[in-house]
Design a protein around this ligand. Structure first.
Ligand SMILES: Cc1cc2nc3c(=O)[nH]c(=O)nc-3n(C[C@H](O)[C@H](O)[C@H](O)COP(=O)(O)OP(=O)(O)OC[C@H]3O[C@@H](n4cnc5c(N)ncnc54)[C@H](O)[C@@H]3O)c2cc1C
Length: 411
């Protein structure tokens, strides 16, 4: 017999759960809501951890999804520092750390993602950081204050954002990455080259085509060694080697899992009454016609909201085009809709030299993704055309003309 009952159990204390809780209350759900997260903080946004919070330009409180007091005022029971240890999808019960058992009507799995850890020689040295939580950002900041040189492993978002933030604070930074061009894995070599050159022009050293061999140190990291024989002395390291979905709880519970918690187009998992959202959710995208899992702040928010609505009976497909943003200090803001996994054509719109452009990624004449640097207005059109599957092959010149009005395209 379960000790207590809740109508909605939200597992994971991040963006997706917090927005699910907010939406349940906004929609007037009056059932009991329990949100359990293993971190000691209430749900917070992670983007500032590599940007304004890391630079010391924003207070911790500004990252919280809901203001202090919101959970109590809205009758949402928030358990921080509490792991959900197991789920029984048939009985609809969950065991919490500490031994409490909860029975639930509906549940959300929003367990997020875990960073990939590099297990090379010397990895036990102090001063080698990963970045996912407040504590990581605090530790990087503390180390960077005393550091002359920080090495970033990885040339994607975390590597480039942290390099930009620390360089802006006067710390010398070097990015080491396997790809030749920074940010090229998502945006391709042409657009990646723009960011790569911009980072170098701002003083970041970038070594592409390099693979990590080992860390050297005497208890504290002193150098990074690469397979090509390069040895880069440093005072600290930040690794941004990607993340993987945290689907461990779902897997133990016998839910279908494959690169995340498998969900249908309505964000329903393989177990009745259990939904998933955010970084851990691998769903059937009706927009893309394929399975999709993305690690974007906006997606975690939108999916948390969507799951809440479907829990309350909306029963709708999740059909939002994924949106991502990133800031490289105050040097450049980028936004992206997609994701375009492969494309056969790129159309550039705007002024590359002035840093105001968008890049349109086309596959078979249709928009598969679009990147904007200081041209947000283009993304609304790209998102619409992508969602509609509009054939834009006759409109290449129009898209390339930065002054053209795209609002009638495909109308
Ligand atoms: C440094 C950094 C910068 C980023 N910058 C950007 C950006 O600029 N733009 C962008 O779009 N995205 C960015 N992201 C990604 C974005 O933050 C994530 O996509 C988003 O946080 C995902 O939210 P989530 O709720 O799915 O998961 P999470 O935020 O990871 O939250 C999941 C929570 O669940 C907890 N949990 C896991 N298992 C259990 C369990 N069994 N019981 C209890 N709790 C559990 C975890 O500890 C975690 O606290 C960034 C991420 C990081 C780390």
């Amino acid at each position: 017999m379960a000790a207590r009952e809740v109508d909605f159990l939200l597992v994971g204390g991040g963006m997706a759960s917090a927005h699910c809780a907010s939406e349940l209350r906004r929609r007037g759900a009056d059932g009991s809501v329990l949100l359990a997260g293993r971190e000691s903080e209430p749900p917070y946004e992670r983007p500032p951890l590599s940007k304004e919070y890391l630079r010391g330009d924003a207070e911790r409180e500004t990252a919280f999804v809901n203001p202090a007091g919101w959970y109590e005022e809205n009758d949402v029971e928030l358990l921080t520092g509490v792991n959900v240890m197991s789920l029984d999808p048939n009985e609809r019960t969950a065991k919490l750390q500490g031994g409490d058992e909860v029975s639930f009507g509906r549940a959300l799995l929003a367990t997020g993602a875990m960073v990939n850890i590099l297990r090379v020689e010397g990895a036990e040295n102090e001063g080698i950081h990963y970045l996912r939580a407040f504590g990581n950002s605090d530790a990087i900041r503390a180390d960077a204050e005393a550091a002359e040189h920080v090495v970033l492993i990885g040339g994607s978002y975390i590597g480039t954002e942290v390099a930009a933030s620390l360089t802006a604070k006067g710390v010398k930074c070097t990015i080491l990455m396997m790809e030749d061009v920074a940010l090229s894995r998502v945006f391709g070599e042409n657009a990646g080259r723009w960011f790569h050159e911009m980072l170098e022009a701002r003083g970041v050293t970038v070594h592409g085509g390099e693979e990590l061999e080992a860390f050297e140190g005497d208890g504290r990291v002193k150098a990074v060694l690469t397979k090509s024989g390069r040895a880069i002395e440093c005072d600290a390291v930040v690794v941004g080697a990607g993340v993987r979905p945290d689907a461990m709880l779902a897997q133990r519970a016998g839910l279908e899992v494959d690169d995340g918690v498998l969900c249908d187009s309505k964000l329903r998992s393989s177990a009745g009454g259990i939904y998933a959202a955010g970084d851990c959710c691998s769903y059937d995208s009706v927009v893309h016609g394929r399975r999709l899992r993305v690690e974007h702040w906006d997606v975690a928010m939108q999916q948390g909201i969507h799951a809440a609505r479907n829990m309350l009976g909306d029963d709708r497909d999740y059909d939002v085009v994924p949106y991502f943003f990133s800031d490289l200090a105050d040097w450049a803001s980028l936004e992206y809709v997609g994701p375009a996994h492969d494309w056969d054509e790129e159309i550039w719109r705007g002024d590359r030299d002035a840093g105001e452009f968008s890049v349109w990624y086309l596959k078979d004449g249709r928009v598969a993704g679009a990147l904007s640097v200081e041209r947000s207005e283009d993304l609304a059109e790209a998102r619409r055309l992508l969602a509609g599957g509009v054939d834009v092959s006759a409109a290449r010149d129009q898209i390339a003309d930065p002054d053209s009005d795209l609002s009638q395209l495909g109308a």
